[in-house]
Design a binder for this molecule. Structure first.
Ligand SMILES: Cc1cc2nc3c(=O)[nH]c(=O)nc-3n(C[C@H](O)[C@H](O)[C@H](O)COP(=O)(O)OP(=O)(O)OC[C@H]3O[C@@H](n4cnc5c(N)ncnc54)[C@H](O)[C@@H]3O)c2cc1C
Length: 384
């Protein structure tokens, strides 16, 4: 009989590990408490309009990892897609990330790249030598005007905290381009799966050695039934929150239905603090090769997650990191359970990183089997 493997979660983490191990000859059972697969990448066709909706917020695939890009092409076709984000600030529309067009429009100038570099550097707050907060870092990089127009209100709405309270590390690089490139991402490969993300996950799980149990949770009590468990649910939920809850931001979506074109682009950010939502995404623009008469938009509101809410973004500030440390210590005492993915390791992970880490996890498990060694609780440390 094939060695039984249990997997908690049918998102990309669970589905990739399930597929890799099924192909290696293992018998895999995937438990998913929701009534659908694909985790937070879930997309489905809207019955009324026929538009492919990203139910848990817009997802654009982008990566520099060629092996991940090639891997996904085994399960889907991608259409070319470039994410170009617009932003409203002070009643005007700009292009994001801040680029030469944004600078020239915002300051009503016609600067060349070199002139813009000199101009932005003249705005930067040179009194800040060692930036501590997000606000320090932004002021040092771009100066007060651009910080207040594009970062201050948006960050406050997104994180519920003043940029003064957030660490400088959030803004690692200069968030400005001195040319007219308005491609939101810097990665080499970018695209949209033609039939959405759910279709990719369905194709990954479509293997005779994989059983998917929807509407079912895998708990710590069930671990003994399996040779090895991969847990992509929330790390703290595995331990029934016995040390406390790891904090997350959650999102509320208010649906807007209309005909024609509502906003003329896929994503419009709203940077002003007095507008309560952070962005509006218009989903038919994520599939520009399709034609639809109707349109569906999601207005996105961010707030602190309550216990019954869907966890979206981990808040990894000092207090949470301390609690995370304690959960990691507990997890390291477990036998035959490996915690994976964005919830299992309490990190924000883009899809390409999620898939890459899932591939590494499956590979590590197969190596442990050959070498007859114990699989670790984490293949990638949540504390990194
Ligand atoms: C708003 C938003 C926008 C994003 N946009 C992008 C983007 O544009 N591009 C990009 O690359 N990435 C994006 N991401 C990141 C992307 O969503 C993640 O990379 C991906 O969802 C991670 O997959 P996962 O399988 O680790 O987690 P999930 O997709 O969350 O899947 C985990 C699954 O585990 C299930 N589960 C929970 N507890 C249990 C349990 N006890 N037993 C069994 N199952 C359980 C959950 O129901 C869930 O289905 C975005 C994320 C957010 C929040």
């Amino acid at each position: 009989m094939a060695t039984p493997i249990g997997i908690a979660g049918a998102g990309f983490s669970g589905a990739v590990i399930a597929r890799e191990l099924a192909e290696a000859g293992y018998s895999v059972t995937v438990f998913e408490p929701r009534n659908h697969i694909a985790g937070n990448c879930y997309s489905e066709r809207d019955k009324e309009s026929g538009i492919l909706l990203h139910r848990y917020g817009p997802h654009i695939f982008h990566t520099d990892k060629k092996h991940v890009w090639d891997y996904l092409h085994r399960y889907t076709e991608f259409k070319p897609y470039t994410n170009r984000v617009k932003a409203q600030s002070g009643g005007k529309v700009y292009s994001l990330p801040i680029n030469l067009h944004t600078i020239n429009q915002f300051f009503d100038k016609t600067l060349s790249p070199d002139e813009a570099k000199a101009f932005i550097s003249s705005l930067s707050d040179t009194s800040i030598v060692e930036p501590v907060s997000f606000e320090d870092q932004a002021l040092k990089f771009v100066g007060k005007e651009l910080y207040e127009a594009f970062f201050k209100g948006y960050t406050l709405k997104q994180w519920g905290l003043s940029p003064k309270e957030l660490p400088a590390s959030i803004l690692k690089r200069l968030p400005v381009r001195f040319n007219y490139d308005d491609n939101y991402f810097n990665h080499q490969y970018q695209g949209m799966p033609t039939e959405g993300y759910t279709a990719i996950v369905a194709a990954l799980l479509d293997h005779p050695s994989i059983t998917v149990k929807l509407g079912q949770t895998l708990t710590a009590e069930q671990v003994d039934q399996f040779e090895q468990v991969f847990y992509s649910g929330p790390l703290d939920s595995y331990f029934e929150f016995r040390l406390g809850r790891l904090a997350y931001r959650t999102l509320d979506f208010v649906e807007i239905r209309a005909t024609g074109d509502y906003q003329g682009c896929a994503v419009m950010n709203y940077c002003d603090q007095d507008i309560p939502f952070t962005r509006i995404s218009e989903h038919k623009h994520f599939a520009p090769w399709e034609t639809h008469e109707g349109t569906v938009c999601y207005q996105e509101f961010s707030r602190l997650a309550e216990p019954e809410d869907t966890p979206y973004y981990p808040i990894r500030l000092l207090e949470e990191k301390k609690l995370l440390n304690d959960y990691v210590a507990l997890a390291n005492q477990q036998q035959n359970v490996t915690f994976v993915g964005r919830l299992g390791t309490y990190r924000y992970l883009d899809m390409d990183v999620t898939i890459d880490e899932a591939l590494q996890t499956a590979e590590r498990f197969l190596r442990c089997q050959t070498e007859k060694t114990q699989m670790p609780a984490f293949v990638i440390s949540p504390l990194s």
